[in-house]
Design a binder for this molecule. Structure first.
Ligand SMILES: [Fe+2]
Ligand SMILES: [Fe+2]
Length: 218
C-alpha cells in the first residue's frame, strides 16, 4: 500500500476530484433561483470563475501530461472517452464563462436558469467521467502502473503545469484548497511552497478570495 510519504498520484487525483465535485454541487445549489443572497453575488461570480479556470486547468493537465504518460504504460480505449468528455465539458465551461462575464443581467431569472441548466449538464457528465477516470488513474491502478520514481517525476510535472494554468493563483489556489476538507487540504498544501499557506492566503491574497468564503469550507 502507498503511504503519503510515498506519493501516489491516484490519491492526489481523488482529492482534486472531490474538491471539484463539491464545487459543482455548491454551484448547482446557488444557481437555483433565490439561491444566492444579493450580498454574496460578487463572491459567487468569483467562485464560478475559479471553478471554470480550475476545471479547465485540471483537464488540460490530464490531456497533456497525465494521460500520455500513463497511456504509454497501460493503453486503453477509455482514454479516448475521457478526452471526449473533457471536450464536452469545455463547451459547457465556456457557457459558464459567458454567464460570469455578464454584469447586471446575470441575476435575471432567464440567465440564472440557463446557468443552472449548464451546471446540471456538467454535473451529469462529471460523475460518469470521474468514475471511469478513477478506474484507470485511481490509487490502485497507479500503484500497478507507475514506479515510486515515476510518481514523483509525474507529480512534479503535473504540479508545475497546474501552477502555470491555475491563474490568477490568488483566486484559484484558495478555491482548490478550501473546497477540500481540512485533512485533504493539509496533505495538498505539502505539495505547495510554504509561503502560500503561511503568508499569501491569509494576507496578500485575502482580498481577492475572501468574497468566495460563503461558499468555501472552513
Ligand atoms: Fe480528472
Ligand atoms: Fe478528466
Amino acid at each position: 500500500m502507498s503511504t503519503e510519504t510515498s506519493r501516489n498520484l491516484g490519491t492526489d487525483l481523488i482529492r482534486v476530484h472531490k474538491a471539484i465535485t463539491r464545487a459543482i454541487t455548491v454551484s448547482n445549489w446557488y444557481s437555483r433561483s433565490s439561491g444566492t443572497p444579493p450580498g454574496h453575488r460578487e463572491g459567487f461570480q468569483s467562485y464560478e470563475r475559479a471553478l471554470v479556470i480550475f476545471l479547465n486547468s485540471h483537464h488540460i493537465g490530464e490531456d497533456e501530461i497525465a494521460f500520455p504518460f500513463i497511456e504509454k504504460k497501460a493503453p486503453h480505449a477509455s482514454f479516448d472517452q475521457l478526452r471526449d468528455d473533457h471536450r464536452k465539458i469545455e463547451v459547457l465551461l465556456n457557457e459558464m464563462s459567458a454567464w460570469i462575464d455578464q454584469k447586471d443581467t446575470a441575476w435575471e431569472p432567464d440567465s440564472l436558469s440557463a446557468l443552472n441548466k449548464t451546471i446540471t449538464k456538467i454535473e451529469k457528465l462529471w460523475y460518469a467521467h470521474i468514475a471511469l477516470e478513477e478506474e484507470h488513474l485511481g490509487p490502485q491502478a497507479i500503484e500497478k502502473v507507475l514506479t515510486a520514481e515515476e510518481n514523483v517525476q509525474l507529480g512534479k510535472q503535473i504540479s508545475a503545469h497546474a501552477q502555470q494554468h491555475s491563474q490568477p493563483a490568488e483566486l484559484v489556489l484558495p478555491f482548490m484548497l478550501y473546497n477540500m476538507p481540512a485533512d485533504d487540504r493539509a496533505i495538498m498544501a505539502q505539495t505547495l511552497p510554504p509561503v502560500i499557506m503561511e503568508q499569501l492566503i491569509p494576507q496578500a491574497w485575502k482580498a481577492t478570495w475572501a468574497p468566495m468564503q460563503p461558499f468555501l469550507l472552513d
